[in-house]
Design a protein around this ligand. Structure first.
Ligand SMILES: NC(=O)c1ccc[n+]([C@@H]2O[C@H](COP(=O)([O-])OP(=O)(O)OC[C@H]3O[C@@H](n4cnc5c(N)ncnc54)[C@H](O)[C@@H]3O)[C@@H](O)[C@H]2O)c1
Length: 251
């Protein structure tokens, strides 16, 4: 018996990084996982890996910045499986720029890859999550909570995601839907790229983690996502769960 047996989950950005770690953890607990990603090559490879454990897993190639296509993702999942239990809004890309140099394009890039897909997928998923009394897991960041330098475009989009998560928790609790956030630190391609771009900031971040290591994609972040998507977490909603080795303590 898996903790997610019979459940259907969408994971955006599921072809790589934390998304792929969660996808692996999910199929091992019996979930049918739909990964949605821009990257066709890694998406197909991950689909194969997931299908070896859970044959009912699926990859949908999509660019989440195409706002008018977001509803189609939910429609395809409903047409395929007839239900949706868990929506994980994980994908987010951004650029590191000092505030004085930020352009409208930089801001749009962060909101278009992170905030808008999260918002509109939540909206499109609502009727089906009402039926399943499902769960939403969104992604925030210590960069937003702490206001990390050069991260303004990313930080504001992440805090906007946190805000709508709290509102949704209040609006949708009556339907038995729980809506939470994971704020992770994990060893993904995204963080490896950041290490290359800003080695000093990376070292500082690492030294600030009490556990003195980066999180593991599947074992550390994926397992918490399993918990938040399972019945075990059904009385937790509107919360930011710091899965970051203790780097940030919420008060
Ligand atoms: N890794 C960390 O330590 C860390 C820290 C704080 C927050 N986060 C957050 O955790 C989440 C996952 O981070 P990660 O480090 O695994 O990211 P990542 O960059 O390693 O992977 C992101 C995935 O999203 C996909 N993607 C990017 N843009 C897309 C688009 N427009 N449409 C569809 N797919 C797209 C990529 O192809 C990739 O597979 C993000 O929300 C990130 O902001 C991560």
């Amino acid at each position: 018996m898996g903790k997610l047996d019979g459940k259907v989950a969408i994971i955006t950005g599921g072809a790589g990084g934390i998304g792929s770690g969660m996808a692996k953890a999910y199929v091992k607990e019996g979930a049918k996982v739909v990964i949605v990603d821009l990257n066709e090559e890694t998406g197909r490879a991950m689909e194969k890996e997931l299908q070896a454990i859970q044959p009912d897993s699926l990859f949908i190639q999509a660019d989440l910045t195409q706002r008018d296509k977001l509803k189609d993702i939910i429609t395809k999942v409903i047409d395929t499986y007839g239900r949706l239990d868990i929506l994980i809004n994980n994908a987010h890309a951004s650029r590191q720029v000092l505030i004085e140099n930020v352009t409208q394009d930089d801001l749009d890039f962060s909101f278009n890859t992170g905030f808008y897909p999260t918002f509109y997928l939540m909206q499109a998923a609502l009727p089906y999550l009402k039926e399943s009394k499902g769960a939403i897991i969104n992604f925030s960041s210590g960069a937003g909570i702490n206001g990390d330098v050069m991260q303004s475009t990313y930080a504001v989009a992440k805090e906007a995601i946190r805000a709508v998560t709290r509102v949704a928790a209040n609006e949708w609790g009556q339907f038995g839907i729980n809506v939470n956030l994971i704020s992770p630190i994990a060893n993904s391609p995204g963080i490896q790229q950041w290490k290359k771009d800003q080695p000093e900031a990376y070292e500082k971040m690492l030294n600030n983690i009490p556990m003195r290591r980066l999180g593991e994609l599947e074992e550390d972040i994926g397992r918490v996502a399993v918990f938040l998507g399972s019945e075990d977490a059904s009385y937790i909603t509107g919360q930011t769960i710091m899965v970051d080795g203790g780097a940030t303590k919420l008060r």
